[in-house]
Design a binder for this molecule. Structure first.
Ligand SMILES: Nc1ncnc2c1ncn2[C@@H]1O[C@H](COP(=O)(O)OP(=O)(O)OP(=O)(O)O)[C@@H](O)[C@H]1O
Length: 250
């Protein structure tokens, strides 16, 4: 069901890059994660959808280590990471866009990319910065200060900073929300290209068109739990899921 935006994933190993088992986290009386179970395959682009307050962002924070679970397992690339601190998880190769330190306003676009590499793998950073500028069509503004970029270009730069860290799994939280269609297309094409290079993605998205265009598989959450998962067409065909969990019958 991939459109022209995405290509087929490279051959996937059967061992998922991310496995979440029986994950619980309460805030006061609110069960934000109420026994979450899911997997993201290697080189997969998995979409996470669900109504407001269903626990999507909390799940990302639990996986990225910025929120600690009450109980449960999170296995990333063969290691148990539940409760590990966020910096350690990031060093293992898991990145969450737009959660990394804000870009440096007074530095150029290129300098910002190099600074992101300095937080992780410096080897080959200059070549990777050039590749990333090209991938995200930021070549023309490479020497501009980050503060002089448009809002959409700043989103591209933040995405580029994550790419520079050479993560093997990237969590994207509504990465295209509110951006111009041209910027959106650049981001979607970049996701598809990066997946071809072996990077896995887990994407929170409200825009069903983006979900359809880019995701291999959709995971639906409601009230802190995964209620179903499957191909986009199967999910939208399930009118009960669409009405109950997304509030829009198809
Ligand atoms: N730090 C917190 N303190 C208290 N309650 C929280 C906290 N973080 C999340 N919650 C609550 O946990 C529930 C799940 O929130 P979460 O933001 O994870 O949902 P979401 O699916 O990402 O929602 P949205 O689509 O609106 O971003 C909500 O009821 C929210 O109010």
């Amino acid at each position: 069901m991939n459109t022209a935006t995405t290509s087929s994933p490279p051959s996937q190993s059967s061992d998922p890059i991310l496995t979440v088992r029986d994950l619980f986290r309460q805030f006061g009386g609110i069960k934000a994660a109420d026994g979450v179970n899911l997997e993201v395959g290697r080189c997969e682009i998995a979409g996470l959808i669900g109504p407001n307050g269903s626990g999507k962002s909390t799940l990302f924070s639990l996986v990225a280590g910025t929120v600690k679970p009450d109980s449960g397992q999170i296995r990333f690339d063969g290691r148990e990471i539940a409760g590990m601190n966020a910096h350690r998880i990031a060093r293992l190769g898991l990145a969450r866009t737009f959660q990394i330190p804000a870009m440096f306003d007074n530095m150029t676009v290129t300098e910002n990319l190099l600074a992101a590499a300095a937080q992780g793998h410096w080897h080959g950073a200059k070549d990777r910065a050039a590749e990333t500028l090209s991938l995200l069509k930021l070549d023309q503004v490479a020497q501009n200060r980050a503060s002089d970029l448009s809002g959409g270009q700043q989103k591209l730069l933040e995405f580029g900073r994550v790419v520079m860290r050479q993560a093997s799994l990237i969590l994207l939280d509504e990465v295209t929300a509110g951006v111009h269609p041209n910027i959106r297309k650049i981001i979607l094409d970049a996701i598809a290209r990066l997946r071809e290079r072996g990077i896995s993605f887990f994407i929170i998205e409200h825009d069903m068109e983006m979900v359809r265009n880019v995701c291999d598989r959709i995971i639906v959450m409601d009230a802190g739990r995964v209620v179903t998962s499957g191909a986009f067409e199967d999910i939208v065909r399930d009118s009960e899921v669409m009405q109950t969990y997304l509030g829009r019958p198809q």
